[in-house]
Design a protein around this ligand. Structure first.
Ligand SMILES: NC(=O)c1ccc[n+]([C@@H]2O[C@H](COP(=O)([O-])OP(=O)(O)OC[C@H]3O[C@@H](n4cnc5c(N)ncnc54)[C@H](OP(=O)(O)O)[C@@H]3O)[C@@H](O)[C@H]2O)c1
Length: 266
């Protein structure tokens, strides 16, 4: 049974237009929490807002903005200024697989800003209010790749290591304050993630045969609130265990094979 309804008030869900964020928004709304839906795609956010308002009788606020920019982060914070925010879901993120020397420098910077800077600044700005409230939750979506460096996804894995470390640090700091802190570390999940990386549709369908549905990952996260500080599917526990047993060189060789297969690079 999830604690979500006990937080009351409003949740901010970044990256709510698709995938894990969309499913988290639906399941949070189902618990009676009002939702601030954030992403760039306004049409998708409006469609989701209409759906959850009708289905779960909650209020919504749509904020269509780019969280890889300082203006986007400021607009989000201005937009929620007078709301009783109880939950922050730092979920928006993307990857950009391929040899590092071939990656677009602007895209690298955008990824670091969206995946790392936005969660840190949004949380920093709203945390004093949550502390006053003495009740709430902060979920940061990291990844199974937060555990290990990953050839061909070097920047992405590093941003996710940041997310995991950031969330675990906060969890220690906020113990006993009434704020539940959780790092969610999904493995392969069926979302818009690979399409956003620019992968072709046939390849995506092939890879997603083994993927977990986004709704399952969202349920796993919400059920874990208040019970633990890091959660992931079975592969996460295996990798977490393996990382402690295997030498770094072997882990690197394994993740290199994994990403070469995923990206179809020889
Ligand atoms: N899918 C997986 O296998 C997997 C595994 C591990 C971790 N994750 C993590 O899960 C999180 C959610 O990803 P997903 O898999 O659900 O992928 P997704 O379906 O592509 O969703 C990504 C979300 O982020 C939003 N977003 C992207 N760039 C943005 C920007 N500049 N400003 C604001 N919003 C932006 C997207 O909306 P717009 O395009 O409308 O802006 C979308 O709502 C990410 O942090 C990802 O790293 C995913």
């Amino acid at each position: 049974m999830s604690k979500v309804s006990s937080y009351e008030g409003w949740a901010i869900i970044t990256g709510a237009s698709s995938g894990i964020g969309l499913e988290l928004a639906k399941q949070i709304a189902e618990e009676g929490i009002h939702c601030v839906l954030v992403a760039r795609s306004e049409d998708k956010l409006i469609a989701l807002a209409e759906e959850i308002e009708e289905e779960y009788e909650v209020a919504t606020l749509v904020l269509a903005l780019d969280l890889a920019t300082e203006e986007g982060i400021d607009a989000l914070l201005d937009g929620v200024d007078d709301l009783d925010i109880s939950m922050i879901v730092n979920n928006a993120g993307f990857g950009d697989g391929g040899a590092f020397h071939t990656r677009d420098p602007e895209r690298i910077a955008e990824m670091i800003k969206l995946n790392c800077l936005a969660p840190a600044l949004i949380t920093r700005s709203l945390l004093p209010y949550l502390l006053e409230r003495e009740n709430g939750a902060i979920i940061t979506v990291a990844s199974i790749l937060a555990l290990v460096p990953c050839p061909l996804e070097a920047t992405y894995a590093a941003t996710k290591a940041f997310d995991l470390s950031f969330s675990e640090g906060l969890a220690g700091e906020l113990k006993g304050t009434g704020i539940d802190v959780l790092a969610l570390c999904p493995a392969l999940t069926e979302t818009g993630f690979l399409e956003a990386e620019g992968m072709d549709e046939d390849r995506i369908q092939h890879i997603y045969r083994k993927a977990v549905p986004a709704a399952t990952i969202a349920t796993m996260a919400l059920d874990a609130l208040g019970k633990c500080t890091v959660i992931g599917p079975r592969d996460f526990k295996l990798l977490s265990f393996g990382r402690r047993l295997l030498p770094g060189k072997m882990i690197n060789a394994l993740t290199a094979v994994m990403s070469k297969n995923l990206l179809e690079i020889d």
